[in-house]
Design a protein around this ligand. Sequence first.
Ligand SMILES: Cc1cc2nc3c(=O)[nH]c(=O)nc-3n(C[C@H](O)[C@H](O)[C@H](O)COP(=O)(O)OP(=O)(O)OC[C@H]3O[C@@H](n4cnc5c(N)ncnc54)[C@H](O)[C@@H]3O)c2cc1C
Length: 273
Amino acid sequence: MAGKAAGKAAGAALKAPAFAYAKPASLAEALELLARPGAKVLAGGQSLIPSLNMRLSSPELLVDIGSIEQLKHIELKNGAIHIGALVTHASLETSETVRKHVPLLAQAVPHVAHAAIRNRGTLGGSLALADPAAEYPAVAVALEAVFEIAGKNSTRRVGAAEFFKGLFETDLKAGELLTAVEFPVAKPADKSVFLELARRNGDYAIVGLAAHNDRFVFLGAGDRPVQFSFRNNLEEAKANLEANLKPSADLYHTAATKLHLAGVLLERAWNTR
Ligand SMILES: Cc1cc2nc3c(=O)[nH]c(=O)nc-3n(C[C@H](O)[C@H](O)[C@H](O)COP(=O)(O)OP(=O)(O)OC[C@H]3O[C@@H](n4cnc5c(N)ncnc54)[C@H](O)[C@@H]3O)c2cc1C
């Protein structure tokens, strides 16, 4: 279906630019389609559709991966939890496996957007988008998750810290699909805390923190998740943060406010672990 044609039928131009649309039923078919120039993945559409409506991108072909069942699993395999890219925020939120084995992720999910968006938005969509204020990228870096990526003729695995390259920029190449994420199973002695400050419940974070043992990963504080390793006392950790975290101001908060809030979260996380 071409978006523009449908708009004309309704008597008005659509907001999105014209695009072709395909809904493959298998991963192999999706990768074949994604190898075409100008093709783009459509997952939950919660970020992509608004960006098309604002004409921030104009793909020639949208490849809707929503019917590919093999991207919807949550399973324990070889000592790790494998989560398919198409698993929705809502499914993560209600998964007993995630709650039990990846508690840091379970703590983060309720902070992602609002219930309606959580019903459609996906793990893979959030990670591939790489919004620096999103929760999952920081969680993935804190847990040293591994990303499984497929192209038409290849598959590869990339560590979370290497996957995020900058503002909305990842290691994904043209034609590649993030297919799944592998999270280590939490050990009894692990200490995991997710905290964030937002203007309203469900808004993107002003600043957030995914803390796992001695790794402290901040969101909303740089162009990608910003990772620190703090082992000693809190005062030293706060001084290190103050000296090295360089958040940018956003529409509502100065860089100094964000740095202060990051310190508040660090102290809260330190004291609750
Ligand atoms: C009002 C509002 C509030 C929100 N608040 C938050 C929030 O607080 N925290 C938060 O994290 N998010 C928030 N979001 C975004 C939401 O979490 C989205 O669900 C998510 O960012 C994108 O997931 P999606 O499945 O909808 O992806 P889509 O919108 O379909 O795709 C997003 C991008 O990722 C690409 N993509 C998608 N899946 C894959 C894949 N498997 N492999 C390769 N590329 C892929 C697409 O091509 C596109 O470029 C909010 C969105 C809205 C509209």
